[in-house]
Design a protein around this ligand. Structure first.
Ligand code: TXA
Ligand code: MG
Length: 308
């Protein structure tokens, strides 16, 4: 565990330069970072996560100039980057040929997912390291995303060089992913509300459809699965169930937000699932409104509840 100070950041940068992996705080969830130019480092990420190898990874950069080095820029990319970077938005752009990224990081596709994280520690590390970082969420593949250093240690302890301790992640769900290789398309709802993105683009986003070419495997059925069985939109717990509440739910073991605040619920989501999953056999989840961050929360919950 490295402290998030100058020394800790320098040590993390040195580990990354040696091709090792470091878990890093971002404003969304903890990322498992490796040098995005190094096939070995990227392979180690897949290995540590046990992640299916067809999943391309998000490449993190410190500024728009760096993003333009790896992705082919467009007017829409500029609009969205100017409005929301640094922040919980990932843009999928056409890959700039010969840009130096490992082909493993894009899973051999001719597109690249790029984002500038809004976290001072992540940005300081990107600047100290001086190169792009591939960083999927720092959890074993298919399990709950980590929002605390302890979650990372639980899931990946012993398999990675270090964890940079930046405390709790503020947003608690992953970035919203927008595909810009054709008509602007929502590939994954996330920490930036879809409506906010549409306001800036000035048009509705195309929705990714089941059955379309699988370009964002975060959309696989049971990607975010706890070990417990899950039942959604539950008014109350049935015998043998543990209730994850929202708003005024009664008899809940934990409540995502007693005041019905979706931002607070998103920040609590993965931590509460982690906590309940330690003891519960069956988790019943109270209804969550389907707007703003509620869409991202329900997306995660549906995957967690999907047949597996
Ligand atoms: O908030 C986040 O985005 C976190 C933090 C650590 O930055 N990262 C994260 O990464 O969620 P990951 O690897 O768990 O999710 C990346 C998603 C996957 O569903 C992946 O398939 C998709 O982005 N993706 C990556 N490159 C893509 C590409 N070229 N085209 C389409 N989807 C892509
Ligand atoms: Mg993930």
């Amino acid at each position: 565990m490295l402290p998030a100070d100058e020394t800790g950041i320098a040590e993390a940068a040195a580990a990354l330069s040696a091709g090792d992996l470091v878990a890093i705080p971002t404003e969304t969830v903890y990322g498992l970072a490796g040098d995005a130019r190094s096939g070995t480092a990227v392979a180690r990420i897949f290995e540590a996560k046990g992640r299916p190898s067809f999943n391309p990874l998000i490449v993190h950069v410190p500024d728009i100039a760096a993003a333009q080095t790896y992705g082919i820029w467009s007017d829409t990319a500029q609009k969205l980057a100017a409005a929301f970077w640094p922040g919980p938005l990932t843009l999928v752009l056409r890959l700039r040929p010969g840009c130096g990224l490992s082909s493993l990081v894009t899973a051999g596709q001719d597109s690249v997912a790029l984002r500038i994280p809004a976290h001072p520690v992540a940005l300081a590390l990107l600047r100290a390291f001086g190169a792009p970082l591939a960083a999927p969420s720092a959890n074993p593949s298919g399990q709950i995303s980590p929002t605390l250093p302890a979650h990372v240690a639980d899931g990946l302890g012993g398999r990675i060089a270090a964890i940079l301790d930046g405390g709790a992640c503020g947003i608690g769900v992953e970035s919203t992913i927008i595909g810009l290789t054709g008509t602007p398309t929502l590939l994954r709802p996330g920490g930036l509300p879809v409506e906010t993105v549409e306001d800036v683009i000035g048009a509705p986003l195309t929705q990714w459809q089941d059955g379309d070419t699988l370009t964002a495997p975060g959309q696989l059925g049971s990607h975010y699965a706890p070990k417990a069985l899950m039942r959604l939109n539950a008014g109350a717990a049935r015998p043998g169930e543990t209730l994850l509440g929202f708003g005024t739910s009664e008899g809940a073991a934990l409540n995502l937000s007693r005041t019905g605040d979706l931002t607070e619920a998103a920040a609590n989501l993965f931590d509460h699932l982690h906590q309940l999953d330690r003891t519960a056999q069956r988790i019943a989840v109270a209804p969550i409104p389907e707007h703003g961050l509620g869409r991202a929360i329900n997306d995660r919950l549906r995957r967690a509840a999907a047949p597996r």
